[in-house]
Design a binder for this molecule. Structure first.
Ligand SMILES: NC(=O)c1ccc[n+]([C@@H]2O[C@H](COP(=O)([O-])OP(=O)(O)OC[C@H]3O[C@@H](n4cnc5c(N)ncnc54)[C@H](OP(=O)(O)O)[C@@H]3O)[C@@H](O)[C@H]2O)c1
Length: 368
C-alpha cells in the first residue's frame, strides 16, 4: 500500500485549521500543523497525532521549512492585515516545494474591485496561487461564519440580547456554516485532488436565517429569551475595539465594517444555501441551533448566573465608554490602495455570474 501524502495545515490553531487537522488525522493522513505558539490548541493537535511546527507564517524561511517533505496543503490566511503578503509567502514556498495540490480558503465576496482591501487581496491571491499548472488548487469560499455570531453569545446568555449591525431583524440574509463543515469541504478536497482540482466550493449552513431567527435559536439553545438588537456601525466599532478576546486591529475593524455592510445588502444570501457541504463534505450541514448547543456544552463560562450577568453588564458599559474612530479616516491614514470606483459584490457582473445558481462549479462527487 502506498504511503498517504503529507499535508501542511497553516493557521492550524485557528477555527478552520484546527478542525481540518483533526479531520485529516481521523482519515489517517500525516499532518504538519503550522501554529504560532504551543498552547492548549497545539496540545489537542498533537494528541490527535499531528506534527507540530511552531513558526511565523509571514516568514518565507519558516514557510520553506514547514513545506519540507509535504505534498499537499491547506492554505488559510489569518484574519489579520497583510493577507496578500501571507499568500505570496505561501505561494512562493509552495511552488518551490513543488506541492501537488493546495486547498485555499478564499471568501464568498472575493472580487476585483471590492471596497474591502482584504477582499481584493484575496482575489489577487487566488489568481497568484493558480499560476503554476503543475500544482492543482481547490478554492473554498465560505461567507459569514456561524462562529462570528458566537462572539456575542455571552451577552445573549447573560443579558438576553443578540447585538450586531445586521439590518432588519426579519430578513433572511445568511446561511452560516460551522467551522467543522467548512473543514469537511476542505478535507474532502485535500484527500481527493483528482475530483476537486480546479473547483470552487461555497460551504453554507442548511438554511437562510434572519437576525431574529438567530436570536431565537440562541434562546432555544440556552434556555432563555434572546432578542435581536440592530446596532449602528459606530457601536460595532466600539465593541470590536473594547472587548476581549477580540484583538482586532484598526485595519481589521475597517474591513469587518464593510462585511457587515455586505451582510445588510444581502450579499451572503445570493445563491445560498448551497449543497456543497453535503455533496463534497459527505454529510448534511449542521443547523445553527445545534452549533450553539455544542458551543454551550463545552464552554461552562457561558452558563447563566447573577455574577456572570453583572460581568456582562460591565462589559456592555465598557463598550459604551469606548472611543470610536472614523472608518474612512482610518483607511486614509493607512494609505490603503483604493480602486477608483469600488464595487460591492452584487453590483459586479463577474461576481454575480460566479455565484449564479445555473453555473455551480461543483464536482458531482461525494467524499470517500
Ligand atoms: N470569519 C468569517 O466570517 C470569514 C468568512 C470568509 C472567509 N474568512 C477567512 O477565513 C480566514 C481565517 O480563517 P480562520 O477563521 O479559520 O482562522 P483564524 O481563526 O483567524 O486563525 C488564524 C490562526 O493563525 C494564527 N496566526 C496569526 N498570525 C500568525 C503568524 N504570523 N504566524 C503563525 N500563525 C499566525 C493565529 O494564531 P493565534 O490564535 O495564536 O493568534 C490563529 O491561530 C481569513 O483569511 C478570512 O478572510 C473568514
Amino acid at each position: 500500500m502506498s504511503t498517504p501524502p503529507k499535508v501542511l495545515v497553516t493557521s492550524a490553531g485557528g477555527k478552520t485549521g484546527l478542525q481540518t487537522t483533526l479531520q485529516l488525522r481521523e482519515k489517517g493522513f500525516p499532518v504538519r500543523a503550522f501554529v504560532r505558539r504551543r498552547d492548549h490548541r497545539s496540545e489537542i493537535l498533537k494528541r490527535a497525532g499531528a506534527e507540530i511546527f511552531v513558526g511565523d507564517q509571514y516568514s518565507l524561511g519558516d514557510m520553506r521549512a514547514a513545506m519540507q517533505g509535504v505534498q499537499r496543503a491547506y492554505q488559510c490566511a489569518p484574519t489579520a492585515p497583510n493577507g496578500l503578503y501571507f499568500n505570496a509567502v505561501f505561494t512562493a514556498a509552495a511552488y518551490e516545494a513543488r506541492l501537488e495540490h493546495v486547498v485555499t480558503l478564499s471568501q464568498w465576496l472575493s472580487s476585483a474591485n471590492h471596497p474591502s482591501l482584504f477582499t481584493r487581496e484575496v482575489y489577487l491571491s487566488d489568481i497568484l496561487i493558480g499560476m503554476r499548472k503543475e500544482m492543482s488548487v481547490t478554492t473554498v469560499n465560505p461567507g459569514w461564519f456561524a462562529d462570528n455570531y458566537l462572539m456575542v453569545l455571552d451577552m445573549a446568555v447573560q443579558l438576553g440580547v443578540f447585538t450586531m449591525p445586521l439590518g432588519a431583524g426579519n430578513v433572511k440574509k445568511n446561511a452560516a456554516p460551522s467551522n467543522e463543515d467548512i473543514a469537511r469541504v476542505v478535507t474532502a478536497s485535500l484527500l481527493d485532488p483528482g475530483s476537486h482540482a480546479g473547483q470552487t466550493y461555497r460551504p453554507t449552513g442548511p438554511q437562510l436565517l434572519s437576525p431574529d431567527d438567530i436570536a431565537q435559536a440562541m434562546g432555544r439553545a440556552t434556555g432563555r429569551r434572546v432578542r435581536y438588537i440592530d446596532i449602528s456601525e459606530r457601536m460595532m466599532i466600539k465593541s470590536l475595539r473594547a472587548l476581549p478576546p477580540s484583538n482586532y486591529s484598526v485595519a481589521a475593524v475597517t474591513q469587518l465594517a464593510l462585511y457587515a455592510d455586505e451582510y445588510r445588502r444581502g450579499a451572503f444570501a445570493v445563491n445560498a444555501p448551497t449543497d456543497h457541504v453535503e455533496r463534497v463534505g459527505g454529510q448534511e450541514p449542521e443547523p445553527f441551533e445545534s452549533i450553539v448547543r455544542r458551543t454551550v456544552s463545552y464552554r461552562p463560562e457561558l452558563t447563566r448566573s447573577p455574577v456572570r450577568s453583572l460581568g456582562a453588564m460591565a462589559r456592555f458599559l465598557k463598550i459604551l465608554a469606548a472611543r470610536p474612530f472614523d472608518l474612512r479616516d482610518a483607511e486614509k491614514a493607512r494609505d490603503y490602495v483604493r480602486p477608483q470606483t469600488p464595487v460591492f459584490s452584487q453590483d459586479d457582473p463577474a461576481w454575480l455570474a460566479s455565484h449564479h445558481p445555473e453555473k455551480p462549479r461543483v464536482a458531482t462527487v461525494v467524499a470517500a
